[in-house]
Design a protein around this ligand. Structure first.
Ligand code: 4AD
Ligand code: MG
Length: 472
């Protein structure tokens, strides 16, 4: 039998039955005749109040009990006279399983999560203990539920879940921001210096990396199973220390055969709206917490976005809007917008908040600022790319229709100086039974940021990895 969870106990109707509460002490309040212990086990936001009467045989243990201690409390579940909770536990016995000292002891510093507000920056330093706070536990539960919703969405629509490799020899985005994977003795190599490294002696007999995207392999399966998706960890060695970039993040990448950019945009919009609605419905208690403590009004905003069509704008028109804004207010952007520029996060913010007033899909980017695999438009200058931008955050999804013409793809790769021989298997998709196909990638942490209103991406993943930071 599984130990009972507080979530289940709170949902039970009190009939004076005996329950066993197990969890960690959040607060202790002592009144004249009563001591109230609030216990939380992370199964839901709420804890359960356990009330001890004066003269209990556990008085000594109770007096010594501090925040963070793990306990097992037996008692009777009763309707609570206090407001804000339906039930409470009239405690019969207390067992302290593990203490958590409030003061420094020899070899054990005081428990760092004493009852008071802690900054998110401070909590990052104790990332192994921060899931015991309301905020980080709520994030963890939303993350869990959204992972499930991602699978639910695709499974209900007959997409096959494909496990694409983590270790790869290819740069799927052609951006060169990859972590090398090697078993070579780098120190011995450094001593031998001046010699070029012989990668034929490396584990895989060639140079390999952690993947930046599962897209290329997903494409191969879409060209066989029609509707597929990947959902896995991806790695980028970009040295961008921002509130929306990680070196290790999770990405969801659907890939759809016989689909063009319009189909792709429709899928992206429907997918996001499904996820927002699922968050509101299935994480109601945690969403109410985010609404009151993290980002006021987020529930209404999500509901509105879940129910209304996304705006569409071409890259060319978007740059036009940005140039207009820059012309009328010189200081509005740090980076001056011009046709050909990569959209900066300040530009994305302006487009969502000032131009579209909500999520917006930007299409038709210049080929120079997008990956090699995107399908070239007839103008020869732009590609069938789409970025979905949302207020507060900017890019949440990036995708495209893929180049399905062998000659055009080879010519683009050659232009970019890529070794087409290394991508021969990828080019085979265009050699044998080529199809129009499209797909996109959604950063899972960006989704969680958007849903919860958390401003820093480091606070929506248990153990963030970024340049200079790989603790825990
Ligand atoms: O736009 P990106 O680089 O696109 C791809 O990787 C394509 N292969 C996707 C595809 O078409 N199958 O990344 C997709 C999304 C971005 O929109 C963003 O949400 C997220 O991944 N992302 C990151 N999230 C956190 N940290 C980073 N460093 C990220 N880089 C991208
Ligand atoms: Mg992108």
């Amino acid at each position: 039998m599984l130990p009972e969870l507080i979530k289940g106990i709170l949902a039970a109707r009190p009939r004076s039955q005996e329950v066993t509460v197990r969890g960690w002490v959040r607060t202790k309040r002592e009144m004249k005749n009563l001591t109230f212990i609030e216990v939380n086990d992370g199964s839901c936001l709420a804890g359960i109040q356990c009330t001890f009467e004066q003269g209990t045989s556990d008085a000594a243990a109770l007096a010594a009990l501090g925040t963070g201690a793990s306990v097992e409390i037996r008692g009777r579940l009763e309707a609570s006279p206090a407001s804000g909770q339906a039930v409470e536990v009239a405690a019969l016995s207390l067992r302290v399983i593990g203490e958590a000292p409030a003061e420094n002891l020899p070899g054990i510093p005081a428990y760092p999560l004493q009852k008071k507000r802690h900054s998110l920056e401070f909590l990052r330093e104790i990332a192994h203990l921060r899931p015991r706070t309301n905020t980080l536990a709520a994030v963890a539960r939303v993350r869990n539920r959204m992972s499930f919703a991602v699978h639910q969405y695709f499974q209900e629509r007959h997409f096959q879940y494909i496990h694409t490799p983590i270790i790869t020899a290819e740069d799927a985005e052609g951006a060169g921001a990859m972590f090398q994977v090697t078993t070579l003795d780098l120190e011995a190599l450094a001593k031998a210096a001046a010699q070029p490294v012989d990668y034929s002696r490396d584990f895989f007999g060639k140079k390999t990396y952690l993947t930046v995207s599962g897209q290329l392999e997903a494409e191969t399966y879409a060209a066989a199973l029609s509707r597929v998706y990947t959902f896995g960890p991806t790695f980028r060695a970009e040295n961008s220390n921002t509130a929306r970039h990680l070196a290790e993040f999770w990405m969801i990448e659907p890939e759809l055969a016989f689909a063009d950019l319009d189909d792709n945009m429709a899928l992206a919009e429907d997918f996001l709206q499904f996820l927002f609605a699922a968050a509101l419905e299935d994480c109601a208690e945690d969403m109410a917490f985010f609404d009151s403590r993290i980002e006021k009004g987020i529930i209404d905003k999500l509901r509105q976005v879940a129910d209304s069509k996304f705006s569409h704008i071409s890259y060319t028109d978007a740059v036009g809007e940005l140039e207009k804004a820059a012309a009328s207010d010189n200081g509005i952007f740090e980076f001056k917008p011009y046709w050909g520029c990569d959209l900066q996060s300040e530009h994305e913010k302006y487009l969502t908040e000032k131009v579209a007033g909500g999520p917006v899909i930007v299409t038709g980017y210049p080929k120079e600022i997008k990956a090699f695999y995107m399908k070239l438009n007839d103008d020869g200058k732009t590609v069938r790319a789409m970025d979905v931008l949302v207020p507060r955050l900017g890019e949440i999804i990036g995708g495209s229709q893929r180049e399905d013409n062998l000659e055009k793809l080879i010519s683009r790769m050659t232009e970019l100086g890529m070794k087409t021989g290394d991508y021969s298997w990828y080019l085979d998709l265009r050699r044998y039974g080529t199809i129009p196909h499209s797909g996109f990638g959604m950063g899972f942490e960006r989704l969680i940021q958007y849903i919860t209103g958390m401003t820093n991406i480091r606070d929506v993943i248990p153990y963030p990895r970024s340049a200079g930071q790989a603790d825990f």
